[in-house]
Write a protein that binds this ligand. Structure first.
Ligand SMILES: Cc1ncc(COP(=O)(O)O)c(C=O)c1O
Length: 353
């Protein structure tokens, strides 16, 4: 009988985080502002060649390298950032090697590590859910081959100090240190200028969040030219589709769209914070397009009460350290008027006023 590799058979089935698409989806940290109209116009004008020929990602890599201020050899485009993570993990982790990260964080890290047979080393964060820098530094060993850090982090929204991230990169010269900057635009802190000094450092970005292109799947991996060269050997040559490649120029050119969206999100997350403070709920000051709030034992009931009001939010209780916590994506200003009202009602309904 045909059997998959033991590692694959041992994996738990993947459950899509998409609960439903009915209502306002504030559970996946997508852009509620959509995408740039210039990108949509470019999509509408796709040529036969854009669709029928195999895509060439090199032109897009040059555009993005120029935008990021690095050399084209330092950029690899991927099918969303998820593929960038997968490539880095698969390129440096032999079975039994250590993948190191702190909890809570992005759920894909343990999933990918397990699929590769890596030894997954998860360090708990303290009560404040901040990156446990000293613990990470203390746990680095010769077996550590990949350290993954989402900065700012998902689901907390917190960013770690730049100097601490560099200390980690410095302390693990034989490990790939991957800084996942999926939410960079909402925070503004980046390690890209540090790539020149740390050949073991990688920075990943995505067009799924601030650019609103989650459906088109475009991720960016940057690192030293030498290491990106190795990853390029292993990456599938036509991994990025022609439609999104055709849109890169317009997406980058419309920085006015990105800045306006980011400004709206910053205002929206402030409004959420003010409401949580008023309701006496513990929340984490976010540098992203979502806010994590501790509802407590009634978190599940709260999520259901929000769903009854047509708003999907994410119960993060299964993420270590986040028991009773709910993650809420920031919507547009008009959506937020209704969302704030719904939160107030749902909290009163399930927790009591
Ligand atoms: C921290 C983090 N990294 C990576 C991703 C994946 O992004 P992409 O849509 O580019 O695969 C996400 C998506 O939610 C994320 O939160």
């Amino acid at each position: 009988m045909l059997k998959p590799r033991d590692l694959i058979a041992a994996l738990s089935p993947y459950h899509s985080p998409i609960v439903s698409r009915e209502g306002l989806s504030l559970d996946l940290n997508e852009s509620m502002a959509g995408c740039s109209p210039r990108v949509l116009a470019r999509l509408r004008s796709l040529s036969v060649a854009d669709v029928s020929l195999y895509p060439e990602r090199e032109v897009g890599e040059r555009l993005i390298a120029n935008f990021l201020g690095v050399a084209p050899e330092q950029v690899l485009l991927t099918n969303g950032m998820d593929e960038a993570l997968s490539l880095v993990f698969a390129s440096y982790l032999n079975p039994g090697d250590e993948l190191l990260f702190a909890d809570p964080t992005f759920v894909m890290y343990p999933m990918l590590g397990k699929a590769l047979g890596a030894s997954v080393v998860r360090l708990p964060s303290g009560e404040d859910l901040a990156l446990p820098v000293s613990d990470l530094l203390a746990r680095i060993s010769p077996r550590t081959r990949v350290i993954a850090i989402a900065n700012p982090n998902n689901p907390t929204g917190l960013a770690a100090p730049h100097a601490d991230l560099l200390r980690i990169a410095e302390a693990a010269p034989d490990a790939a240190v991957l800084i996942d900057e999926a939410y960079f635009e909402f925070c503004g802190e980046t390690l890209i200028p540090d790539l020149a000094r740390y050949p073991n450092l990688f920075v990943a970005r995505t067009f799924s969040k601030a650019y609103g292109l989650a459906g088109l799947r475009l991720g960016v991996l940057t690192g030293s030219a030498e290491q990106i060269g190795y990853l390029r050997r292993f990456s599938l040559p036509f991994n990025v589709n022609g439609a999104v490649l055709a849109c890169i120029e317009e997406a980058l050119a419309d920085q006015a769209f990105v800045s306006a969206h980011v400004a709206q999100v910053k205002r929206g997350r402030e409004r959420l914070g003010q409401l949580f403070a008023e309701l006496g709920l513990c929340f984490w000051p976010s540098q992203t397009n979502f806010v994590l709030v501790r509802i407590g034992a009634k978190a599940k009931a709260f999520v259901e009460a929000m769903q009854r009001r047509g708003i999907l939010v994410r119960d993060s209780s299964s993420n270590p350290g986040c028991e009773g916590c709910v993650r809420i994506t920031v919507g547009t200003p008009t959506q937020m008027d209704g969302v704030l009202l719904a939160i107030r009602e749902a909290v009163t309904e399930v927790v009591g006023s």
